[in-house]
Design a protein around this ligand. Structure first.
Ligand code: NAP
Length: 513
């Protein structure tokens, strides 16, 4: 069996005897194992701080952007072999694997592009200089400088390439070295990307370390200049946030957790309109892409009560046309869940939802004789306010139709029961309805997507995370914020107010604009 190694302290380590086993979710055959046993995690953190950090900080933002551009190109060069690994070992269809890998290279390239506009000072100026004294002689401004620590990135299993690249792009551009830990069920792909990164020699030694397996006591060694960015379930996020060492030393923590994203059909959308077609096709995409294992996938579909039967039957018909099967087969449009644990978790979740909802298609039974296959599952709620629909994320091809009365206020009331989400999507061409709804749900969301007749033909799907837009959400979604172009760097930078003589602020601490 293949042994996935970790890259730490400038060398690859294969770990010890107690290894986690990774299986192919299509065949259930074991394909790889990994272990971090024997790695000195305190030394790993020191190596990042003492080697990687100074080397990155000696560069300008523009120079670090050039590293990201080269990394994007190096990974892209191996695109076909990475897609094959995603399909063979990760249960991805070719489309799913492309989405992950192109997402990774695209995000690195986008941050490389952004770097060109950040100037060549070792800091970024945030906002304008302001007068503080009686005259302009005494003023103040804010600048952001790279923190002198390391960034630990703990990633979820669903986007082994994109998830890692997204976090790395922001940290490396900010000048902070990274320690990446992938989700174990899909670590084969993350490890393959890590190998490309290390072998490319693009990053200075110590700027990139990769731990395949448990992080052991790593978090005990984080200090006040360090950062932990986590993506995964709300339960693990809550555990990490409460880590006594992180709390005691005020380590920065960003949590990207799970989310019960809603899609809302407004009453004005005609069944023959482009907006309605987009509503159906985006829902089918969310339920089937990555077998529904996307943090941004819709879990709650809010539909005016008098349209529930029509929407349900249209969705059931469209989902019935999706070919599910071995992802290696080019005819398959939907593969299995990523692991047996995910498979059992989703089956149990559907069973619990179905105690309060009718199953319109799919269900908890396996969709194949072998492998982690679950059919796209649509449920229709008996009472849309029942807590389980707003509290339990079933991380698979599963969503529930929730009827509502048709007013924006009722839709808001239903959507915010999710207690904070990454993204909500609205389908409407009624501007007044849209405004009331969007302002009502905005405090509870990181992103609101609006599909209407005016943009239906151009709209990117709401489940797509973009480097130029904020990713994250309040409350249940973890309270974190990633990406959003320059905003994504904030987590890794220290903002400091500088006060003094205006001439000095102008000559030494200002950026040309
Ligand atoms: P998970 O079980 O919470 O694991 C996430 C990561 O945390 C994995 O790397 C895991 O490692 C690690 N981990 C688990 N326990 C840990 C501990 N005690 N100390 C340190 N690390 C620990 O989540 P998952 O099953 O991988 O991912 C699915 C979840 O992620 C879903 O709920 C989904 O909504 C969420 N997600 C959110 C976003 C977002 O941006 N908000 C994006 C993607 C996914 P092992 O794999 O080795 O256990």
């Amino acid at each position: 069996m293949q042994r996935l190694s970790s890259y730490a302290l400038g060398a690859w380590h294969s770990g010890g005897k107690n290894a986690a086993i990774i299986s192919n979710p299509t065949t259930l055959e074991p394909v790889a194992e990994c272990s971090t046993e024997g790695i000195d995690f305190a030394a790993v953190t020191r190596h990042g701080r003492e080697s990687g950090g100074p080397a990155l900080r000696a560069m300008t933002f523009g120079q670090r952007g050039a590293l990201l551009k080269d990394l994007s190109a190096a990974i892209h060069e191996h695109r076909e072999e990475l897609i094959a690994i995603g399909c063979q070992d990760g249960g991805n269809t070719r489309g799913d694997a492309k989405f992950d890998i192109d997402g990774a290279t695209g995000t690195l390239a986008a941050y490389a592009h952004l770097a060109q506009s950040l100037g060549d000072q070792p800091f970024l100026q945030a906002g304008d200089q302001i007068q503080l004294g009686r005259t302009k002689r005494f003023g103040g401004l804010h600048i952001s400088v790279p923190r002198e620590g390391i960034a630990v990135h703990i990633n979820a299993f669903n986007f082994p390439a994109w998830g890692m690249a997204e976090k790395m792009a922001c940290a490396i551009l900010a000048g902070v070295p990274v320690i990446e830990k992938p989700g174990t069920p899909t670590a084969v792909l993350a490890w393959s990307v890590a190998q490309i990164i290390v072998e490319s020699g693009i990053l200075p030694e110590g700027a990139f370390q990769f731990l395949c397996g448990s992080v052991g006591d790593l978090l005990d060694h984080l200090g006040p200049q360090d950062a932990l960015a986590f993506t995964g379930s709300a339960a693990t996020g809550a555990k990490l946030k409460a880590h006594p060492g992180l709390v005691a030393r005020n380590v920065r923590v960003n949590i990207e957790a799970d989310s019960l994203n809603a899609a809302v059909l407004a009453p004005d959308v005609d069944p023959s309109s482009n907006t309605y077609s987009l509503f159906l096709s985006n829902l089918v995409l969310d339920l089937t892409q990555k077998a529904g294992q996307k943090c941004t996938a819709v879990r709650r579909i809010c539909v005016p009560s008098d349209r529930v039967e029509e929407v349900t039957s249209d969705l059931v018909a469209a989902l019935g046309r999706v070919v599910q099967g071995d992802p290696a087969d080019s005819k398959s449009r939907m593969g299995p869940l990523a692991s047996e644990a995910a498979f059992e978790g989703v089956r149990a979740g559907i069973a619990r939802l179905s105690e309060h909802a009718r199953i319109a298609c799919g269900g908890p039974e396996p969709a194949a004789d072998r492998g982690c296959f679950i059919a796209p599952t649509l449920l229709v709620a008996e009472d849309p306010r029942t807590a389980i629909f707003h509290e339990e994320e079933v991380f698979g091809p599963v969503a529930t139709v929730l009827p509502y009365g048709g007013s924006p206020e009722e839709a808001v009331e239903l959507v915010v029961l999710g207690q904070g989400s990454l993204v909500a999507s609205l389908y409407s061409s009624d501007s007044a309805w849209t405004r009331t709804f969007v302002l009502g749900i905005a405090p509870w969301h990181g992103r609101v997507w609006i599909g209407s007749e005016r943009c239906a033909e151009q709209a990117l799907p709401p489940g797509m995370v973009l480097p130029s837009m904020v990713h994250g959400g309040p409350g249940r979604a973890g309270g974190g914020e990633e990406l959003g172009a320059e905003r994504g760097l904030d987590f890794y930078l220290q903002r400091v107010a500088i006060q003094g003589f205006k001439g000095l602020l102008d000559s030494e601490f200002s950026q040309p604009r």
